[in-house]
Write a protein that binds this ligand. Structure first.
Ligand SMILES: NC(=O)c1ccc[n+]([C@@H]2O[C@H](COP(=O)([O-])OP(=O)(O)OC[C@H]3O[C@@H](n4cnc5c(N)ncnc54)[C@H](O)[C@@H]3O)[C@@H](O)[C@H]2O)c1
Ligand SMILES: O=C(O)[C@H]1O[C@H](OP(=O)(O)OP(=O)(O)OC[C@H]2O[C@@H](n3ccc(=O)[nH]c3=O)[C@H](O)[C@@H]2O)[C@H](O)[C@@H](O)[C@@H]1O
Length: 386
């Protein structure tokens, strides 16, 4: 670790990071990376710490004096400002960020993604502290191409679908499509942060993740989350595979996504942390443009990979179609296609994703099988016995 330099050859000084939402999927991987590979300290803020317990206990861990957990709900806790003041950098990950909530709990979604993020921005700005804020690729909404006639050759032209931080518009559906409550709240907090930078000199970086996936993402309903809960697609499909039930394709599974392995994405975040001069003032797409599939193709790949890692043959009807109204309820809508432009992150940080979709699914589904298969079997046999 000693002697590590940044991208411009300057020595990297150890810093203290206030990480809000550290107990979630991305936070847990970022904490792991910071503890294992850097000298930085983390003040980990979250309402729960299940996903980082292995980094907090036992006290004999090599990094024990570099990570502290603070159980704080940022909605209403006066300790937050003190922690931000103690740190050199604040990273805000806290948010409601599962699509099943956007149309069913739009108020909680807007409060979580905008109102609750406001004091964090304000404390950073007032105290002259650097902020890395987690936004989302959903701020782009739908592509321009989605509005072209179905048979238009322009749909094949990247100008109409590649998403660029400094050029693409943000295209959301009507207000009654409450799906967009999340994207709209994230867009407004981005604009506020940008304005704090322009008017008050806030040093900020905004991250727009494009479907980061991997171990510890969300929960498996009925095992480590509510039975009726609907997590993001990786956990939904994992749950179906573990229970040997068909994977549900919403509205035909035609939407397209690019998936990136969490470990590749965390490398990009570490570069932002350790290269402030190159990251400040920028908005970065972080995704893998080479890993594009339709949701239907994702279901087929996951079925094949799960069969390989579990040694179980796949079921006779591996997928079924469901309507979005049935699956998510009234007010759902969808992004059609998400290809990140990589120009800015390449130029500023020289970063590129590495892991193919096949490889990332193999390591992730190996983890899902190892972590949950036994618990699911037991839960299912209990249900049958009752
Ligand atoms: N995973 C992705 O691919 C992805 C994609 C786009 C954007 N993002 C953004 O990245 C961030 C992190 O996402 P994630 O996938 O790790 O989600 P996550 O739900 O696993 O983590 C969010 C964490 O924030 C905590 N949190 C929420 N509200 C809080 C509050 N009021 N006080 C304290 N803690 C609170 C939660 O307990 C949770 O541990 C979010 O802002 C999300 O919008 C993630
Ligand atoms: O990950 C991201 O980059 C962003 O996008 C996600 O949104 P989305 O990709 O729509 O969410 P998923 O739940 O992962 O769904 C992906 C697609 O799979 C479909 N789906 C989901 C679950 C399922 O069981 N079946 C199914 O067909 C959805 O309708 C959607 O088209 C979430 O909004 C955020 O976590 C994040 O901001």
């Amino acid at each position: 670790m000693a002697g590590k330099v940044d991208l411009d050859g300057n020595p990297i000084k150890p810093i203290t990071i206030c990480m809000i939402g550290a107990g979630g999927f991305i936070g847990s991987h970022l904490c792991e990376k910071l503890m294992a590979e850097t000298p930085h300290k983390v003040l980990a803020v979250d309402v729960c710490n299940d996903k980082i317990k292995h980094l907090l206990e036992p006290a004999s861990l090599a990094w024990a004096d570099r990570i502290q957990f603070h159980r704080i709900n940022i909605k209403n806790d006066s300790r937050l400002e003190g922690l931000i003041k103690m740190a050199d950098l604040t990273i805000n990950l806290a948010a409601i960020c599962t699509p099943a909530d956007y149309n069913t709990r739009p108020l909680d979604t807007i409060y979580s993604n905008f109102i609750d993020a406001l004091p964090v921005v304000k404390y950073c700005s007032e105290n002259g502290k650097r902020l890395i804020h987690f936004s989302t690729c959903e701020v782009y909404g739908k592509t321009i191409g989605a509005f072209l006639p179905k048979n238009s050759p322009l749909r094949q032209d990247p100008t109409y679908y590649v998403l660029m931080e400094d050029a693409s518009p943000c295209i959301f559906g009507p207000i009654e499509k409450q799906r967009w409550s999340y994207a709209c709240a994230k867009q407004l907090i981005e604009r506020l942060i940008y304005a704090e930078g322009a008017e008050n000199g806030l040093e900020f970086t905004i991250v727009r993740p494009f479907n980061w996936i991997g171990p510890r993402m969300d929960f498996i309903p009925g095992i480590d989350g509510p039975s009726e809960g609907v997590p993001r697609v990786l956990a939904c499909f994992s749950n179906n595979l573990l229970r040997r039930e068909p994977l549900k394709l919403v509205d035909g599974g035609e939407s397209q996504r690019t998936f990136i392995y969490i470990k590749d994405a965390i490398e990009a975040v570490l570069l932002m942390i350790e290269n402030p001069a190159r990251a400040n003032g920028h908005i970065f797409n972080v995704g893998n443009p080479n890993n594009e599939v339709t949701v239907r193709q994702l279901a087929e790949m996951m079925t094949q990979v799960y069969s390989k890692v579990s040694g179980e043959s796949s079921i006779e009807t591996p997928t079924i179609d469901v309507s979005s109204k049935e699956f998510y309820g009234e007010g759902y809508d969808d992004s059609d296609k998400r290809i990140p432009d990589m120009t800015i992150i390449n130029k500023q940080l020289g970063w590129n994703p590495k892991t193919s979709l096949w490889d990332l699914l193999e390591s992730t589904l190996t983890y899902q099988h190892r972590t949950y298969a036994e618990a699911i079997k037991q839960a299912m046999s209990k249900t049958t016995a009752n």
